[in-house]
Write a protein that binds this ligand. Structure first.
Ligand code: C2E
Ligand code: MG
Ligand code: MG
Ligand code: MG
Length: 283
């Protein structure tokens, strides 16, 4: 990635950093208008029961298509949104969009499942979050048991006593929490016990080599056992191959999410996906 025009290591380094800073600024400036210009959309990735293959959930995943920058990955623009103060309005938009979609699907008679929405660290830390979630659910008329909020392990462990308080308030309102990307951050197990959480999402980095790497197999088995001991459900993300699915099933992982079953889909594609599976079932 280093540029060829510098004379020494230092200038290679700064010119790379400059490129990154310029790109970051472009992203932030473009992101300021993304909502009003209708460049954002939400895709939905189904989540499946590991035993019977039924759809038990959908994860809402933000997409951004910019006229000049093209499709920008959330892995790149979410941190930029956090840094620039744009995450709160964008996060609120995603939450409302996902809640509204779930309500529409239930009204259409789609089999019930749970809508999972990612929360950024800033959203989670904002004192109005529990009230915001409650009012969106009320305005869109969705019962709280259809909503699950995903918080990364890193964000939860940043200030555990504060996280406990927020989780308690969400729990009182009947909303479930899941810990996302579990296993990669530094986790204090004694806090895990105090978090009002429902589910651990095993990070995809462990799932990736599950077929071949004995250490990853051991870590995944340990997370599933830990969750079982704490009375939590488990979901594995990033499942792409049957060998991964087989191992996860054998270990008693509850739910599966990944390209093996389905990529994230537009709302229309999701409806078609559900319909096709229902037709196959009755056929
Ligand atoms: P995440 O919450 O851990 O979401 C899972 C990511 O893994 C998604 O990437 C999904 O498309 C991808 N994925 C799912 N199955 C597979 C698979 O089988 N193989 C591979 N290689 N990847 C798979 P995506 O959509 O690019 O999102 C990346 C991250 O950006 C998310 O990770 C989440 O941290 C963040 N993000 C996305 N949407 C939102 C949002 O609305 N709010 C917040 N705060 N963060 C979001
Ligand atoms: Mg997630
Ligand atoms: Mg994840
Ligand atoms: Mg992830």
């Amino acid at each position: 990635r280093a540029k060829q025009n510098g004379r020494n290591g230092y200038s290679f380094f700064t010119s790379d950093l400059e490129d990154e800073a310029v790109r970051r600024l472009q992203i932030i400036n473009a992101l300021r208008h993304a909502l009003e210009n209708h460049e954002l959309s939400v895709h939905y990735q189904p989540q499946f029961d590991a035993r019977d293959g039924c759809i038990v959930g959908a994860e809402a995943l933000l997409r951004w298509q910019h006229p000049a920058l093209g499709a920008v990955s959330p892995a790149e623009f979410i941190p930029a949104a956090e840094e620039s103060g744009l995450m709160l309005p964008i996060g609120e938009w995603v939450l409302r969009q996902a809640v509204r979609q779930m309500k529409a699907w239930l009204d259409q008679g789609m089999q019930p499942f749970v809508m999972a929405v990612n929360l950024s660290a800033t959203q989670f830390r904002h004192p109005d979050l529990p009230q915001l979630v409650a009012s969106i659910l009320q305005q869109e008329q969705l019962a709280p048991e259809y909503l699950e909020l995903e918080l990364t392990e890193g964000a939860a462990m940043h200030d555990p006593p504060a996280a406990i308080a927020v989780m308690d308030r969400l729990h009182e309102r009947g909303v479930r929490m899941a810990i996302d990307d579990f296993g990669i951050a530094y986790s204090s197990l004694s806090y895990l016990k105090k978090f009002k959480i429902y589910k651990l999402k095993i990070d995809q980095s462990f799932v990736h080599d599950i077929g071949s790497d004995p250490e990853d197999r051991a870590i995944v088995a340990a997370i599933i056992n830990l969750a079982r001991g704490l009375g939590l459900r488990t979901i594995a993300e990033g499942v792409e191959h049957p060998a991964q699915l087989e191992y996860l099933r054998a270990q008693g992982c509850d739910e599966i999410q990944g390209f093996y079953y389905s990529r994230p889909l537009t709302a229309a594609q999701f409806e078609a996906f559900v319909l096709e599976r229902e037709e196959r079932r009755v056929a």
